[in-house]
Design a protein around this ligand. Structure first.
Ligand SMILES: Nc1ncnc2c1ncn2[C@@H]1O[C@H](COP(=O)(O)OP(=O)(O)OP(=O)(O)O)[C@@H](O)[C@H]1O
Ligand SMILES: [Mg+2]
Length: 173
C-alpha cells in the first residue's frame, strides 16, 4: 500500500510525516529524492522554486517497502494506491506561508491554489481513492492519527468535497 500525502505547501505534510516516521512507518520525501536523484528539470526564478520532472520520477521511483508514505505537493502524481490531501483554511495558510518569509506573490499563488482545491482536483482526476483532512486546527500528531484512521477504514468526513473554502473565498469579494 503506497500512500501519497499531498497538499498545498504549508498544509503540514512534512510535520505529519515526521510523526509517521517516528512511529516506524516508511516515509519518502520526494523533494529530497528529486534533489538527490536529479529530477530537478529547471528553476523557476520568478517563483523561487525548483521545477521537478514528476513524470520521470514516477517512471523510475522504487518504493522499498510494502507500506510507505510518499510526501510532497506532487506525490499524488506517483503510482500510489491512495492519496490523502492535507488541507488548511486559506487565511491560516497565508499566515503559515508568510511566517516562512515567502514573497507576497508566492504566498498569494499558493493560498489561491488551496482556496480552489487545485491539488484535490488533480488527485481526484487521476486516482480512484482520494481523501482529505482539514489540518487547520489539528496538531501534527492528530493529522497523523487521521491519516492512519483513514487507512483503517475510518474515512467518514474525509471524502473529496468534505473540505469547502468557498464561504471564505466569497468573503474576499
Ligand atoms: N498542525 C499544525 N498546526 C499548526 N501549524 C502547523 C501544523 N502543521 C504544520 N504547521 C506549521 O506549518 C508550516 C508548514 O508545515 P510543513 O512544513 O509540515 O508543511 P508542508 O505541507 O510539508 O509544506 P511543503 O509542501 O512546503 O513542504 C510549518 O511552519 C509548521 O510548523
Ligand atoms: Mg514539506
Amino acid at each position: 500500500m503506497i500512500v501519497a500525502i499531498t497538499g498545498t505547501p504549508g498544509t503540514g505534510k512534512s510535520s505529519a510525516c515526521a510523526v509517521l516516521s517516528v512511529r516506524g512507518y516508511a516515509v519518502m520525501d520526494l523533494d529530497e529524492i528529486a534533489r538527490r536523484e536529479g529530477f530537478i528539470a529547471g528553476r523557476d526564478e520568478a517563483r523561487g522554486s525548483d521545477e521537478v520532472d514528476t513524470e520521470a520520477m514516477r517512471r523510475s521511483l522504487h518504493v522499498p517497502a510494502k507500506v510507505a508514505f510518499l510526501t510532497s505537493h506532487y506525490s499524488h502524481r506517483m503510482d500510489v494506491n491512495i492519496a490523502i490531501v492535507l488541507r488548511c483554511r486559506p487565511s491560516v495558510l497565508r499566515s503559515r506561508l508568510e511566517a516562512r518569509g515567502w514573497p507576497p506573490e508566492k504566498v498569494r499563488e499558493n493560498v489561491e491554489a488551496e482556496a480552489i482545491d487545485v491539488i484535490l482536483q488533480e488527485a481526484v482526476g487521476r486516482l480512484p481513492f482520494v481523501y482529505e483532512i482539514d489540518t487547520t486546527t489539528l496538531t501534527a500528531e492528530q493529522t497523523a492519527n487521521a491519516v492512519l484512521g483513514i487507512l483503517q477504514g475510518k474515512a467518514e468526513g474525509h471524502a473529496p468535497g468534505s473540505v469547502d473554502w468557498s464561504e471564505e473565498v466569497l468573503s474576499w469579494y
